[in-house]
Structures are given as structure tokens and as C-alpha cells.
Write a protein that binds this ligand. Structure first.
Ligand SMILES: Cc1ncc(COP(=O)(O)O)c(C=O)c1O
Length: 386
């Protein structure tokens, strides 16, 4: 099956009289009449559910669907993207090691590395993942490599294929945050990454109405991640799993439209008043253009950014003039939204760290929605007109 069909059908096994849309199972616990039967289900030797933190039909369906879409053996759905990242990192590197990552990560990820992993004895070696020589040097002493398919907020695309090969050659696990691309646009496991994770809050769910995460990878890694997630109680609630699966069914059409619209907007913004720079990996002249064309042949999704002359005041002025675009500190929904990394995703960085990354007081991140591209472009154009 092609990915578009897989998004529609993955994770379910329809038989005669099955509900076409899955029932929502909110039960915290299932009853049993036979101790051997309970024992076999609890050991995973027989299919079935027994306690909601351990297993649930809606969660299981979502896990199977995302694993199928990512080309993975298994999946695990968690209470948020951060829970997915945390449990995946600990599954791949349970004891303190050196983690190689770029500084241009989602701010929450950076905070997790600094405030949870570093104090626990992990070392973080920040390198520019686009500099493959620097990556090669760093990987030789690493115990985990962490990358985002498309970086946050400036939308660079590291060469995941080259990094995965270096990591494999050294036996170092490579974890990819595939939130911005989704498995419709990029499947890092096919590029030989070890595991992928998502904030399913974003494109997988797609409607800004749930918070969830998913990890996908081989059965051993996911088994370790699942055991920890069950122990620490970070598994996903049935309703959020149900919503995420419902969103996933339209992932392919949404990603196509997000990708088309973001490129139209990025090109148009290059001509708009007060715009100093536009960041989109598929713009001619983007430093990521060649890698993005190779790794994201179906489009780069809905994320882009731009730098506005005039800093925060200019951003506020634009925001107060919007008719359809709104400010919202998330992404991946059907509506076009903007975010301001200085006070949202990258607020935990110092001004100097943000400047080193290229995140300026005028940097605005856009999550381009699925409205008509003409309406999105027109709203930015009138909001920025002098
Ligand atoms: C790239 C990326 N990874 C992970 C996360 C964390 O996901 P969640 O908010 O679902 O915990 C986010 C949230 O914005 C994100 O943008």
C-alpha cells in the first residue's frame, strides 16, 4: 500500500460487523474469570487488555498505525511529545552517555537535555548537524545522536541519511524527531535511523485538539520504552488516542496542502514589505535546498519562518492587523498560525544563544494551514503593508 492509503487504513483489522470508526474504550480495567487467562494477557502471550495504563484498544490502534506508516516493527503512544522523547531517549541510552545534538532544537527538547539529562550525568555535545565532518568527529565518542527532520524554528534539513550511516557504522543509536515532516514526507527508519518520535499534538493529530506523542522503532527498543512508560505512567489516554487516529486518516491530504501552501507563502513573503529573510528548505538559495530536495521529495510540510525588520514591535503590529492568521504557541493544525520563538519555543535560551542560532527579535515561525493559499498570502501582505 502507498503511504496515502496506509494513512487511511493502518492500525485496524476490519471484519464483518466491525465498527468502521473505532469505538472509544474508556475502561480503566477489564474483568477476568480465569487466572491463567489474565496471566497470559498480562504477559503479552494472548491478545487482550487488562489495565488502562498498560494497554488500551484505542492506544494500541494508534501505535500500530504510526508504526506501519513509519515502516517500524512497533510503536508506543505517550501522553505528550515530550514523554515520547524522554522515554525514547532512555530506551536507547539508559545509562549516562554523550548525546550529540544540534542547538537548533525545539526549546522543550533543549530544556529536557539541560535540566534533566545533564544533571543525571549525560553530556551534551552540541554540533551543527549540517556540518557532516563535525558530526563524524562527534559520533565517535557518542552514545546517542538526536536530530529533528526539519529544525525548529528555522527549518533547516540535516542530512539524516549521512548521519544515520555514520551512527550505524559506530553502533550509536540515532533518534529522529519527525514531528515537522510526518511519515508522509519522510520516513527516517528507511534512511536507517534507529527510532523516530513525534509530537502527535502537531501534524499526526492535525486539529489542535489533543496532546500526544508516539515513538516507533524496532520491537526491542519499543519494548524497553513501553515498559518505562507503563512504570512511570506516561501512556496516552484513550480519547486522545482516538482523536489522534481520527486525525491521522487525513494526514496525506493535509501534508500535501500544507507543503504546497507553505512554499507559495514563502515565495510571496520574499517580496513583502519589511521581510529581511525567509526560511524555507525548498526555497532557491536555502542552505538546505539540495538535502531537502533529496530527503523531502514530496514537499517540506507547513513550517517556515521569516525575519521581520523592526523586531518585536513590528511583529506585534503585524499580529494586530491579521484577519485570519492567529498567534498560537503550537503548530501542525489546519489553521495558519504564527509563533514568536523568543517568548514561546525558545524562551529557555539566553538572548545570546538565540542570536547564535539565528533566532532574532524579528523571527516569526509560521505553521501554514490548509486554507486557500491566496487568502493566506493576502492576510500576510495586508498585515505587513506599510
Ligand atoms: C519538534 C517538536 N518536538 C517535540 C515537541 C513536544 O511535543 P508536546 O508538546 O506534544 O509534548 C514539540 C512541541 O512543540 C515540537 O515542536
Amino acid at each position: 500500500m502507498k503511504p496515502s492509503s496506509r494513512a487511511v487504513h493502518a492500525g485496524r483489522d476490519l471484519k464483518a460487523r466491525s465498527p468502521l470508526a473505532p469505538d472509544l474504550s474508556t475502561a480503566a480495567v477489564h474483568v477476568y474469570t480465569d487466572l491463567d487467562d489474565y496471566d497470559a494477557v498480562a504477559k503479552g502471550e494472548r491478545p487482550g487488555y487488562y489495565y488502562g495504563r498498560n494497554s488500551n484498544s484505542n492506544r494500541e490502534m494508534l501505535e500500530k498505525a504510526v508504526a506501519e506508516l513509519e515502516g517500524a516493527e512497533a510503536g508506543l503512544a505517550t501522553a505528550s511529545g515530550m514523554a515520547a522523547l524522554h522515554t525514547a531517549m532512555l530506551a536507547l541510552a539508559p545509562r549516562p552517555v554523550t548525546i550529540v545534538a544540534t542547538r537548533e532544537l525545539y526549546g522543550g527538547t533543549l530544556a529536557l537535555l539541560r535540566q534533566d539529562f545533564e544533571p543525571a550525568g549525560y553530556e551534551i555535545n552540541f554540533v551543527d548537524l549540517r556540518d557532516l565532518e563535525a558530526v563524524r568527529r562527534a559520533v565517535s565518542s557518542a552514545g546517542l545522536v538526536l536530530a529533528e527532520t526539519i529544525t525548529n524554528p528555522l527549518c533547516a534539513v540535516p542530512d539524516l541519511e549521512a548521519i544515520a550511516t555514520m551512527a550505524r557504522d559506530r553502533g550509536v543509536p540515532f533518534l529522529v524527531d519527525n514531528t515537522f515532516a510526518s511519515p508522509i514526507l519522510c520516513r527516517p527508519l528507511e534512511l536507517r535511523a534507529t527510532a523516530v518520535m513525534h509530537s502527535a499534538t502537531k501534524y499526526l493529530g492535525g486539529h489542535s485538539d489533543l496532546v500526544a506523542g508516539v515513538v516507533a522503532g524496532d520491537a526491542k527498543a519499543i519494548g524497553a520504552a513501553r515498559a518505562r512508560s507503563v512504570r512511570t505512567g506516561t501512556t496516552l489516554s484513550p480519547f486522545d488516542a482516538w482523536l489522534a487516529l481520527r486525525g491521522l486518516r487525513t494526514l496525506d491530504v493535509r501534508m500535501r496542502r500544507h507543503s504546497e501552501n507553505s512554499l507559495v507563502l514563502a515565495r510571496a513573503m520574499q517580496e513583502m514589505d519589511g521581510v529581511a529573510r525567509v526560511h524555507h528548505p525548498l526555497l532557491d538559495g536555502s542552505p538546505s535546498f539540495a538535502v531537502a530536495q533529496r530527503l523531502l521529495p514530496r514537499g517540506a510540510g507547513g513550517m517556515m519562518a521569516f525575519d521581520l525588520e523592526g523586531g518585536r514591535d513590528a511583529v506585534q503590529r503585524m499580529m494586530s492587523r491579521f484577519h485570519i492568521v492567529t498567534f498560537a504557541a503550537s503548530l501542525g493544525g489546519v489553521e495558519t498560525t504564527i509563533s514568536y520563538p523568543e517568548i514561546t519555543s525558545h524562551r529557555s535560551l539566553t538572548p545570546q544563544e538565540r542570536a547564535e542560532l539565528g533566532v532574532t527579535p524579528g523571527t516569526v515561525r509560521v505553521s501554514v494551514g490548509i486554507e486557500d493559499a491566496d487568502d493566506i498570502v493576502a492576510d500576510f501582505a495586508q498585515a505587513l503593508a506599510s
